[in-house]
Design a protein around this ligand. Structure first.
Ligand SMILES: Cc1ncc(COP(=O)(O)O)c(C=O)c1O
Length: 482
């Protein structure tokens, strides 16, 4: 719960933890930042962390661990087989989700690889509220395709819809009828829908989707990577969850879904990945791929210390104060941006703040990657590293044409318990300056475009000298300030 301040106007999220280990940050002058982004091929993924002031590219594997997680790491049992660490993790999963079976994997996409390899046959469809980059890449690699069923409201950037990640149930029923259940490999529910702004899915909607799957003999899979924030929103926004504990909700999901998988870089603030289920048959089908791709069944490519941190982190997910910090900080940043009139995805979701770059730079066509251009501009003027979540993050169509994204977003992820409020305020301030100077932002073009997951390592160039002009204007306005 948010702690109320006596002076109403001072209302800010109050951290329910204290910082005991710190890392020095560096803020380079704007001229050096301009040079750095050029050297990084105008791709924020290729920037060196030493050149970044606030790293808001992701919340994956970069959250601050608790003292109990760090302590647990020191008792990890490093045996290959029969590891006590593995037993402790299985027990934690059972306690938290109520599930019996577990397969380890080195991170979320490794779980997706195994799920796709086991269950997707060429020509089959997978239904999702929305795709995630790595999920879709694995499904298409196996010759399958993805159909997105998020309600149209989910794609409206500015709304007061509390659960924008929800499935469009009538459309789902219609699609199942049209395609035939046997042509559908599985239905995947993504909690805290990543690519549409970390927007949550209601428990009611999840349960309804699972029920339809059951009635049609289709497998239901929950991607719980972003479940932590989603749980916060269920508790805060959903009448059905008001009298349920976090554990009640997680157990309900564990009991209802055929399979749950997650990236432990997100859920549990550690590293690694897990596939869990109460259905032994499904697990047996996937099991042989673990030693083949990941590692033995007791660790699946994970480092044992991470597994100990995962076990503790999962239990900490049950603590409402722990899971509130992320969404409350994100809400604070979204409110600041909104106050300044900057188009931002609303209501505030999980994961981070999502700036609607498409609306800020309508003069940059989608073919010139407006969100990616905005992300480079933001780095130049602030040292803040965000991530493009627009056309650049899409895969091209099979015929090589661009698949234009529904929304051109720049994500400012909020690693949990990492930044202070004054840093978040600095970030909002620089976004405001950039917004006021948005006419200076131009487009980008490819220098080197990889065929798969191009946003990770592709290199681009600015079209014209707009970045130099932007840096010069910054220097003019800020004098000798960094
Ligand atoms: C919803 C979702 N699923 C899957 C993944 C993949 O997880 P990982 O990065 O651990 O491979 C992510 C990562 O961002 C995610 O957000």
């Amino acid at each position: 719960m948010q702690i109320k301040f006596y002076q109403e106007e001072e209302q800010v999220p109050l951290e329910m933890h204290k910082v005991r280990v710190v890392q020095k940050l560096f803020l380079r002058p704007v001229e050096e930042r301009l040079q750095c982004i050029k050297e990084a091929g105008n791709n924020t993924f290729l920037l060196q962390n030493k050149d970044v002031f606030m790293d808001m590219i992701t919340d994956s594997g970069v959250n601050a661990m608790s003292d109990n997680q760090v302590a647990a790491m020191s008792i990890a049992d490093d045996s290959y087989a029969g590891s006590e660490t593995c037993n402790r993790l299985i027990k934690a999963l059972e306690d938290v989700f109520g599930t019996k079976y577990f397969l380890p994997a080195h991170q979320g996409r490794a779980c997706e690889n195994i799920l796709a390899e086991t269950f997707v046959k060429p020509g089959q469809f997978t239904l999702m509220n929305y795709h995630f980059t790595t999920t879709k890449a694995h499904v298409t690699r196996m010759g399958g395709s993805v159909i997105e069923l998020v309600r149209p409201e989910g794609l409206i950037p500015d709304s007061d819809d509390p659960f924008k990640g929800n499935f469009d149930i009538p459309r789902m029923k219609q699609i199942i009828k049209e395609l035939g259940a046997k042509n559908i490999a599985f239905v995947r529910i993504e909690a805290g829908t990543n690519l549409i702004g970390g927007q949550p899915v209601s428990l009611e909607n999840m349960l309804e989707v699972a029920q339809i799957c059951k009635e049609n003999g289709i497998m239901s899979i929950l991607d719980a990577s972003l479940l932590q924030d989603n749980l916060y929103f269920m508790k805060m926004r959903e009448p059905m969850c008001k009298d349920m504990s976090i554990k009640d909700i997680m157990h309900k999901l564990g009991k209802t879904m055929d399979i749950i998988y997650f990236s432990a870089r997100k859920l549990s603030f550690s590293r690694g990945g897990a596939i869990i289920s109460n259905n032994e048959d499904f697990i047996l089908k996937m099991k042989e791929f673990i030693p083949l791709y990941e590692g033995f069944l007791t660790y699946g490519g994970m480092e044992v210390r991470s597994m100990e941190a995962m076990a503790v982190g999962l239990r900490e997910t049950l603590d409402f104060e722990y899971i509130s910090q992320g969404p409350q900080f994100i809400q604070y940043l979204v409110n600041e941006l909104d106050k300044y009139g900057i188009p931002v995805v609303k209501p505030a979701g999980g994961l981070g703040a999502h700036i609607n770059a498409g609306a800020i730079v309508p003069h940059v066509p989608q073919s010139q990657y407006p969100a990616a251009a905005f992300a480079t501009a933001l780095y130049i003027v602030s040292g803040v590293r965000g991530m493009e979540r627009g056309t650049l993050s899409e895969q091209r169509n099979p015929d090589g044409s661009e698949r234009y994204a529904d929304m051109e977003l720049v994500r400012l992820a909020m690693p949990r318990r990492v930044f202070t409020l004054s840093q978040v305020k600095y970030c909002a301030d620089r976004v405001k300056w950039l917004y006021d100077n948005r006419e200076l932002i131009g487009g980008l073009k490819w220098e080197d475009e990889p065929k798969v997951l191009r946003f990770f390592f592709g290199r681009l160039q600015p079209i014209g000298d707009w970045q130099e002009k932007l840096a010069a204007k910054f220097r003019e306005d800020f004098g000798d300030s960094l």
